[in-house]
Design a binder for this molecule. Structure first.
Ligand SMILES: *Cc1c(COP(=O)(O)O)cnc(C)c1O
Length: 399
């Protein structure tokens, strides 16, 4: 750090320069985040200094958080949930597993069982919590093999995890079956609905995944993904207070006497942003956004099929994995030649596209056109063994 402060304009100009290197979301198909709703941004700015780590000083923001929990509880069929606003799915998952472990104090060498398709936050959990994270196989339709999951349970198992909207494929595990398995074995069941929590309730026909199922003990749901809120904004909901209490730590010098959170100082601005967008949109608003994303998802698949590219599974939500031979190269070409950001999956091998609200019909069609060019280019260059230029304008004139 330099000795003397810079003037305001110089700092701003460095910021602008940095900002110009960040990608706008318009050509981003790899992210589960999007532009926050304008009302969330407005609310965020209003509460910028609010600290939920010491909410005795910010009782107004605390009330907003309670209102969010009650709205989320309504959405997820639990009128009186216990929980709090986290920094995202990772923190929610860590805390859910920590609560399971703490609630089973008598087990010395605890383990949990997650689907092999679980988010990488569960690898962090194994490391941070020093708990054995066992991975159950997934079947060809990319849901967890429940009989394999059942077979991995032993006397040290404290809980199971089911995914409602897997990060890679948007698939939903058979949570109702997992609920039965959890009840049969007297263990907890955490549902990772970080992405799907703001999608599934708004699509007409969807499998049960929430507190309606009696075995579900906690749910992670992220307002900063399909909830249209600002980053960071996640949420963790428990069915029973006792799980929340198992996270309690005394906080002697604060206005509150204890904390259940993982972080200490915690953004009240995030709380305000999430409250504002949920209140403003209502179920109707979210339904509109989700239906629009689903329509774009179907459009994407329809267009892809026209160029003989097919999805790995029929989409359950607004995530599409397109089966291709060399996803790595295709990803690189899409980015370098056309500016599209896509991600890839290994097993099965595909390019993964998250159809977020920043996409439009035009951008979906343009994307598939560019994908077509990449695929044709790869075909000719492998056939002739030589690098050929792109037919950028589609007229047959090589650039
Ligand atoms: C995104 C995601 C997470 C992680 O959430 P962060 O907000 O990035 O911490 C966890 N689980 C699932 C299923 C996700 O999609």
């Amino acid at each position: 750090m330099q000795e003397q402060g810079q003037n305001w304009e110089d700092v701003m100009s460095s910021l602008m320069q940095a900002r110009s290197k960040d990608l706008p979301y318009e050509k981003v198909l790899s992210s589960m985040c999007t532009y926050p709703h304008p009302i969330a941004v407005e609310a965020y700015k209003m509460f910028i200094e609010s600290n939920m780590g010491d909410y005795g000083l910010f009782m107004g923001t605390y009330e907003l958080e309670q209102a969010i929990l009650s709205m989320l509880g309504d959405l997820l069929h639990n009128p009186h949930p216990y929980g709090y606003l986290t920094t995202g799915g990772t923190e929610s998952n860590i805390q859910a597993v920590r609560a399971m472990r703490n609630a089973c104090k008598s087990i010395n060498d605890p383990n949990i069982i997650v689907p092999a398709s679980a988010h990488f936050s569960f690898d962090k959990i194994a490391d941070v919590l020093k708990i054995d994270v066992r991975k159950a196989r997934i079947l060809s339709d990319l849901v967890v093999d429940t009989s394999h999951m059942r077979s991995l349970i032993d006397q040290n198992t404290v809980g199971l995890v089911g995914i409602a909207g897997s990060t890679e494929f948007g698939q939903v595990d058979p949570i109702s079956e997992l609920s039965k398995i959890a009840i049969d074995n007297h263990i907890f069941l955490h549902v990772d609905a970080a992405f799907g929590g703001f999608v599934l309730p708004f699509i007409g026909q969807h499998p049960s995944f929430d507190f309606l199922l009696p075995g579900v003990s906690s749910i992670a749901i992220d307002p900063h993904k399909m909830g249209m809120s600002i980053i960071p904004s996640g949420a963790l909901l428990f069915r029973e207070e006792k799980m929340m209490l198992s996270l309690k730590v005394d906080t002697p010098y604060l206005t509150i006497s204890n904390q259940y959170t993982l972080t200490g100082t915690r953004s009240g601005a995030s709380v305000a942003g999430t409250y504002a967008v949920m209140k403003f949109l209502g179920k109707e608003g979210y339904r509109y956004i989700v239906n629009r994303c689903m329509a774009l998802t179907y459009l994407l698949i329809e267009e892809a099929k026209k160029i003989d590219v097919h999805p790995v599974i029929d989409p359950v939500m607004n995530i599409v994995a397109l089966s291709v031979l060399d996803p790595k190269t295709i990803r690189k070409e899409l980015a370098n030649k056309f500016g599209w950001q896509v991600s890839i999956t290994k097993q099965p091998s595909s390019i993964r596209l998250v159809v977020m609200p920043h996409m439009t019909e035009e951008s979906i069609i343009a994307f598939v056109q560019d994908l077509k060019k990449v695929l044709e280019h790869l075909k000719t260059s492998t056939n002739t063994g030589s690098e050929k230029s792109y037919d950028f304008d589609g007229t047959g004139n090589m650039a």
